[in-house]
Structures are given as C-alpha cells and as structure tokens.
Ligand binder design. Structure first.
Ligand code: NAD
Ligand code: WQD
Length: 343
C-alpha cells in the first residue's frame, strides 16, 4: 500500500461508507475500513469485496477509543481519512443528546487529533444539509448561513464542521473538506450493499421499501398543507452511488494538492427538488407496485423545502449526480428484495 493511495474509512461498514469503499477501490485506491458495527453488519464489507473482487482491510474499531485508533495509525500508511462514523437518528438524538454528543464529537476529535499527530493531512468529513435548517432562499449555496440546529444530531454536524475549520486554520499539517449531503437514497445496482435501518425506519425511502415488502402496513405522508406545488415537502434526493463518487472526486482533490483553501465545503445533491408524493408515485411506477399511504399531520421539525445549488461541486470537484430517480428507486427496491429474500 502506498500512503497517497490509501484511504482510511471510519464507519465504512455503514450505508454511505460501504458504497464509497466500492467507488474508491474502483478508482484505484486501497481502503482500510474501521467500524464498531453499532449500526451495520460485517456482511457489507463482504459485499464490497464481492462487488470489487478485492480483499478489503477491515478492523472492528471504536473511533472513540484512542488506543484502538493508535494501532490503526501505526499499522496502515493512509494519508487521507473519510470520517463517516457517527450516530444519525435525529429523533433519538433529542431523547438521548449525550449519546450523540459523546459519540459524534469525541470520535471526530480523536480522528482530527490523530491525523495531526501522525502527520496525515487530509480529512473529509460527512456533514449534512441539516445545517441549513429552514433557509430563506432556495436552493441553498455553501454560503447560505447555517441556522441554529434544531436537534442534537444537527448540532454535532455544525460543531464538527467548526472543529475542522478551526483545526485547518491552526495546524499547518491539517486540511479538510466538509461535504454537506442532501438526502441519500438507493443502493448499489448489484443489490449487494444498501441501507439497513434497525427497527422502524425514520427516513422516507426505507419506509417505502419496507411497506412494499409488507413489513410496514402503510406509509404515513407527513403533511400535505405545505406551501409547495403539491403540498408535500420538497427534498433533494441524491443517489448513494453518485454520492460515493463525490467522495472519490474529493479525495482526488485532496491528494493531488488542488485545494485552494485549507478548509472547503461542498453541497452534494442533485439540485432538483422532489416532493414526497412525486417520490412515492415514481417508486410505484418504476417498480410496478401500489403503495398504501395516508396523509397525516406534519412531522415536528421538518422543513418545508430544501435543495442544493450544486454548481460549486460540479465545477470545482468536476462531479455531478448522474443516476436518474427511476434508476435509484429501482435499486432501492432491488436491495430491499435482496435483504428480505423476495423473488
Ligand atoms: P450508517 O449508520 O449506515 O453508517 C455509520 C457507520 O458508523 C455505521 O456502520 C456505524 O456502525 C459506525 N459507527 C458509529 N459510531 C462509531 C464509532 N464510535 N466507532 C466506529 N464506528 C462507528 O450511516 P450513513 O447513512 O452511512 O451515514 C454516514 C455519515 O453520513 C454519518 O456521519 C451521517 O451523519 C452522515 N450523513 C448521513 C445522511 C443520511 O441521510 N444517511 C445525511 C447526511 C449526513
Ligand atoms: C424526507 C421527507 C418527511 C418519512 C433526514 C435528516 C437529515 C439527513 C437526511 C442526516 C420529509 C417525509 C418521511 C415518512 C414522510 N440525515 N416523510 N413519511 O427529514 O429530509 O432528513 O435525513 O444528516 O439530517 O433530518 O429525511 O427521509 O426523514 O424525510 O412523509 O414515513 O419525507 O416529512 O418531507 P429528512 P426523511
């Protein structure tokens, strides 16, 4: 392994991490995956190996544990980390804020501190469109002011962005890029890796696929009285393979010394707003399935609409979302069928 071509992926057994591992390997990088498997299974690493035909270095490591991380840093010669490892359930973060601040912030501070200590310069951080809250102007650009966080989860993203920004300012050998993901959905076209929520899904697409599989009785559409074309919320749904490729473009930028600033931010979305009902009917049409649903009250905390201005990522990262919503929603259903053994 050579250091400039080796990437450490924390949380790499998870949904976005496993897809990113595939795309990095396909682009010629070596990857080292660390994950404590609190929200994922070893199977996803096996899926990455099956798709790529390459053996992957994988260690069960808790990024909150510095001693475990030290061994990783002393064993592998990466110069770049992609830090996915975090808890991500917004509702749970309201009920158990300390669990979120502890895991999401301690793990990130450990990663930044160790990168600095070992002279490994490149840190890519998984941020979220949640930092924009209810924006005054749409689509949101990277300059759109962040709104005060409405959940501890969202707050961990804002604080971690600030930790990275300040570390890049202060330490010569640290540089960072925060990618603000919009709504990642879908699965790898092989159906060998995908999203595996534990318990009742909070997010729309896993709830839809589980309803289609008969695990959930019906979908609740949270509100149809928003000030939007069909009254349901608008989001920017980004295919997970496209999102994974954005990470490859970002790593290319960092490892080829192309960064203009020591800390940079990019929105990663499609730039296209889609309503809940539009997503639902597209899923029905491409998969030839009828989904039972009921319109219910708004879900507290939901913003009416948010979507990305993506020109900075398109131009600077030379990346853009390519998969169609049809392809993405087909892949989401293929994955659910694979998981549930539905023929
Ligand atoms: P995920 O839960 O599938 O993946 C996160 C992985 O991190 C899991 O495999 C989990 O086991 C692992 N992990 C958690 N804490 C850990 C720790 N202390 N040590 C080691 N491993 C740990 O989630 P995902 O959807 O792949 O999200 C990845 C990242 O992207 C997260 O930081 C998340 O906040 C961020 N993000 C996700 C979304 C989304 O909608 N999925 C949107 C924006 C940002
Ligand atoms: C999408 C739309 C719901 C479920 C969340 C996090 C955000 C980011 C991405 C990590 C909304 C509607 C949903 C359902 C529904 N994650 N909906 N019925 O809320 O945009 O973003 O995931 O950073 O931080 O907040 O995504 O998939 O939950 O909802 O009608 O059963 O679908 O109201 O309009 P959201 P989501």
């Amino acid at each position: 392994m050579e250091s400039k071509r080796t990437v450490l992926i924390s949380g790499g057994a998870g949904y976005i991490g496993s897809h990113t591992a595939v795309e990095l390997i396909n682009a010629g990088y070596y990857v080292v995956i660390i994950d404590n498997l609190t929200n994922s299974e070893r199977d996803s690493v096996a899926g990455v190996e099956k798709i790529t035909g390459k053996k992957v270095a994988f260690e069960v490591v808790d990024t909150c544990d510095r001693a475990q991380l030290k061994t990783v840093f002393e064993t592998y010669p990466f110069d770049t980390v992609i830090h996915f490892a975090a808890y991500k359930a917004v509702g749970e973060s309201m009920a158990e804020p300390l669990k979120y601040y502890q895991n999401n912030l301690v793990s990130f501070m450990n990663i930044v501190a160790m990168m600095k200590e070992y002279g490994r310069p490149n840190i890519l951080f998984s941020s979220s469109a949640t930092v924009y809250g209810e924006a005054e102007h749409l689509p949101v650009t990277e300059q759109t002011p962040r709104q005060p966080a409405t959940s501890p989860y969202g707050n961990t993203k804002q604080i971690a962005e600030d930790i990275l920004r300040d570390s890049c300012r202060a330490y010569d050998n640290v540089r960072g890029i925060a990618l603000r993901y919009f709504n990642p959905i879908g699965a790898h076209p092989s159906a060998l890796i995908g999203e595996l929520p534990r318990g009742v899904p909070n997010n729309l697409v896993p709830f839809i696929t589980q309803t289609a599989a008969g695990i959930r009785e019906r979908l609740s559409v949270f509100g149809n009285d928003y000030d939007t074309p069909d009254g349901t919320c608008l989001r920017d749904y980004i295919d997970v393979v496209d999102l994974a490729k954005a990470h490859v473009a970002t790593v290319n930028r960092m490892t080829s010394d192309k960064m203009e600033d020591r800390y940079e931010i990019f929105n990663i979305g499609t730039g296209r707003p889609i309503s809940v009902l539009e997503l639902l009917t597209t899923f029905e049409n491409v998969n030839n399935i009828k989904l039972p649903y009921t319109i219910v009250d708004r879900r507290p905390g939901d913003v009416p609409a948010v979507w990305a201005e993506t020109s900075r990522a398109n131009e600077v990262l030379e990346w853009k979302a390519e998969r169609t919503l049809n392809e993405t929603l087909k892949s989401a259903w293929e994955w659910e069928k694979h998981v549930r053994n539905i023929i």
